[in-house]
Design a protein around this ligand. Structure first.
Ligand SMILES: [Zn+2]
Length: 398
């Protein structure tokens, strides 16, 4: 049996006055998802365990059937896995943002969405001046980079810079063991980057400068059991996001980066579908992640979020479902979202999310049923990881 999980990131939301007290999922035209829900089953599942932060890392671990309470060690080690950077048991990974500080406020967590080409020489300069045996800087994409630190400090509280925009730097500095070592690195980056040629060019062009690094999301190596050992399955993860590909790699799955996959509404949908079908020709499992609805939630763009959800239904869910039906072999198709990113909140929230499961082939379906935040009268069915585990085990009857 082929098992396919299709994830629209951050699709969940709250009722909005401007939508006559409906949510984006309720007003969006998503005929494929509603037919899958009608022909199969749809429930609300808890993707973020109580007390955990509703990050995409935690929620997507759940959607791959892992209990985040047992395996989550931090965001950065998962991203390191996604970038193919090996870690030893002694290493601590830190996310290293290039950020803009103005008047001692965190003005921009992305240094004006600095490009990878501009960021690379800056990260290389930091590696030359601050790198040493056991402490190295790695260039990632855009403003997102990594530091791998052997025997580095780990028992610290650090803050994602995108959560504290326009707030004083001094209020959100790392707290905990060996914090002064982190502060020294962050401080040193200020003087090293101040007159960097890339910053000079950005200044002249009127763009935000990368005034310093911000270290956060630290953790030790993440260990996940492999899908082959757990379920006898091989397969792949298709995503534009390092974090999601990282979880896939850690689970022993292929991590596919589709050319033109941007993580936004202009992503290469057809390329993602093609990559999914290619994985399914050789393997039995595919996990497809589409980032765009989440981005629209963060930017508070209601109409764009509805469009992103509709594009997920039309460009990903529809074509993948048709291909599974056409192949005529048994399949199990799951449609879900990792967490809510309400446009009114502009950040993630931890409430339960809908998850639909269909065992096919089923032939033509014309009936539709709701796929939204209120299925089952809003009652939570199970934790997401428990339900996903049951779905991935290839028992014919759920
Ligand atoms: Zn997410």
């Amino acid at each position: 049996m082929k098992i396919v999980i299709l994830v629209g990131d951050g699709m969940g939301d709250y009722p909005l006055k401007e939508l006559r007290d409906k949510t984006p999922l309720q007003v969006a035209a998503i005929p494929n998802i509603r037919r899958i829900s009608a022909a199969g089953t749809v429930h609300l599942v808890q993707s973020v365990p109580d007390g955990m932060f509703p990050g995409s890392d935690v929620a997507n671990l759940s959607l791959m059937g892992f209990d985040p309470r047992l395996c989550y060690t931090g965001r950065a080690p998962i991203e390191a896995a996604g970038a193919g950077i090996p870690m030893t048991a002694a290493d601590v990974a830190f996310r290293c943002n290039l950020i803009t500080v103005q008047n001692e406020l965190i003005a921009d967590h992305s240094a004006g969405h600095i490009s990878t080409e501009e960021a690379r020489p800056m990260i290389e300069e930091l590696e030359r001046k601050l790198g040493r045996d056991g402490l190295h800087f790695f260039t990632g994409t855009g403003y997102r980079h990594l530091v791998i630190w052997a025997n580095g400090p780990c028992a610290l509280t650090t803050t994602p810079p995108h959560d504290v925009l326009d707030q004083p730097v001094s209020r959100h500095l790392p707290q905990g063991e060996r914090r002064e070592e982190l502060l020294r690195l962050m401080d040193a980056s200020r003087s090293l980057l101040a007159d960097h040629p890339v910053n000079r060019r950005r200044r002249q062009a009127g763009k935000s400068e990368a005034t310093q690094i911000w270290l956060w999301g630290q953790g030790r190596r993440t260990a996940l059991a492999g899908f082959r050992e757990l379920y006898g399955l091989s397969g792949g993860v298709i995503s534009a996001v390092d974090l999601v590909r990282g979880i896939g790699r850690l689970a022993g799955l292929e991590a596919v980066l589709v050319p033109g996959a941007t993580g936004f509404v202009d992503t290469n949908y057809a390329g993602k579908v093609e990559a999914t079908l290619k994985i399914l020709q050789q393997h039995d499992f595919a996990f497809v992640h589409v980032e765009a609805p989440d981005e629209c939630g963060h930017s508070g763009q209601r109409d764009m979020k509805i469009k992103a959800i509709e594009a997920f239904d039309r460009e990903i869910v529809g074509p993948v479902w048709r291909a599974l039906e056409t192949a005529g072999r048994p399949y199990r198709l799951l449609i879900c979202t990792d967490h809510r990113t309400p446009v009114a909140v502009r950040n993630h929230t931890a409430e339960a999310v809908p998850l639909a499961v269909l065992n096919g082939p089923v032939g033509a379906v014309t009936r539709e049923t709701a796929f939204d935040e209120f299925v089952d009268g809003g009652r939570v069915f199970k934790t997401a990881f428990e339900w996903i585990q049951e779905c991935i085990q290839r028992r014919r009857n759920l």
